[in-house]
Design a protein. Structure first.
Length: 370
């Protein structure tokens, strides 16, 4: 029997400074006559700078970010399932844990057999880039409290994209993918540009020198077509497209001068930010419809926050299947007798969110294992 993969959160938040340091810090420190260093601008801690980021280390940290609770803890995780999800050996998982723990990035402990518990150190500051507000007035998107600010922000990644990232074997393809996600968040979601653009200089200066030439970059980009809508513009096409056909802004003038631009776009369900808005609204609709059905059995209360959390954890397709399953079970048990149906009704009335979560998790596990 094939070992199953891990169930990841539907939407995973990762600090942009982590995407930057794992992709490789930009060695092109002088831009427009001004020296700028990503490690200072993004506030990257020494622990993360001291790591030599192999593909397995990057994927392991992304996996932990995809499994942890809001305080950065994972109470139970299987090393074998991690290895299956990441495409590596259990020994690699164990060695990486020792390295990350020695650097002060995680704490972990063995529970029994191949199961461990993990805690991400300084989770809010280092993994989400959220800090207690002092002078800054910037507020993080998914956190309603006013006491946090973010220096470099974070990127929301769908489980669909995360599984594809965890399936990448080449460390340089993974570096380029993480840099493209960071650029998409910065250019499209923050600056409201129509597309994320990476120039030759930007790509060349995050990759090892032995691979920083255009033909190699083109080959790396081709391997990202399962995640991004990729377009590559070179030489005359680059100049003509961005200076004549598109409404080019001054901010990308330097990129065009390179004569080599990579356009990376997230479309459909792969765009986490847009998808979350759609999923939240549809989840509310699903619960409104379910409540109309359930009122003939009893009454429950659930606020929008819990509805949104269910949608963001599992996706609306799994949520809809779970609610349909509950309706089917109530019909079936009603035929068997009043008391049989009331057992389910009482559970739903006590905590409808927990009951739906239990059903949805089963469907989600089946989807991942298929």
């Amino acid at each position: 029997m094939e070992q199953g993969k891990l169930i990841l959160k539907r939407h995973i938040l990762v600090a942009n400074k982590l995407l930057a340091v794992m992709s490789g810090l930009n060695r092109q420190t002088k831009q427009n006559g001004i020296y700028t260093y990503e490690k200072h601008n993004l506030g990257i801690g020494d622990a993360f700078l001291s790591i030599k980021w192999t593909a397995s280390l990057m994927k392991q940290l992304l996996t932990y970010a995809s499994k942890c609770t809001s305080d950065g803890t994972i109470t139970l995780i299987s090393e074998q399932e991690m290895a299956c999800t990441m495409g590596c050996s259990v020994r690699t998982i164990q060695n990486n844990n020792i390295l990350l723990a020695n650097a002060g990035i995680i704490q972990w402990d063995r529970l029994w057999g191949g199961y461990i518990e993990v805690s991400l150190c300084n989770y809010l500051e280092d993994f989400l880039d959220l800090h207690t507000k002092e002078s800054s007035q910037e507020k993080a998107e998914d956190f309603q409290e006013d006491e946090y600010y973010s220096k470099g922000g974070y990127t929301s990644i769908t489980d669909e994209v995360m599984y594809l990232l965890l399936g990448i074997r080449s460390v340089n393809v993974l570096r380029l993918a993480l840099r493209a996600l960071y650029t998409y968040e910065k250019d499209v979601n923050v600056k409201k540009e129509t597309e994320a653009l990476l120039s030759y200089s930007e790509i060349k200066h995050i990759l090892p020198r032995y691979i920083g030439y255009k033909r190699a970059i083109r080959q790396l980009a081709d391997k990202l077509s399962s995640i991004f809508k990729i377009e590559l513009f070179e030489k005359e096409d680059c100049i003509k497209t961005f200076m004549e056909e598109k409404n080019m802004k001054k901010s990308i003038l330097e990129k065009v001068k390179d004569g080599f631009i990579l356009s990376c776009g997230l479309i459909g369900s792969r765009d986490s930010k847009k998808q979350k808005t759609i999923e939240k609204a549809y989840a509310e609709h699903l619960f409104t419809r379910f409540q109309s059905f359930f009122q003939s059995f009893g009454r429950y209360e659930i606020d929008k926050k819990h509805i949104h959390n269910l949608a963001l954890e599992f996706g609306t397709d799994m949520l809809e299947k779970a609610l349909q399953r509950i309706q089917h079970d109530l019909h079936a048990f009603t035929l068997q007798g009043y008391e049989a149906a009331m057992t389910i009704v009482r559970e739903i009335e006590a905590d409808v969110a927990a009951y739906v979560q239990k059903i949805a998790r089963g469907y989600y596990q089946a989807k991942i294992s298929a």
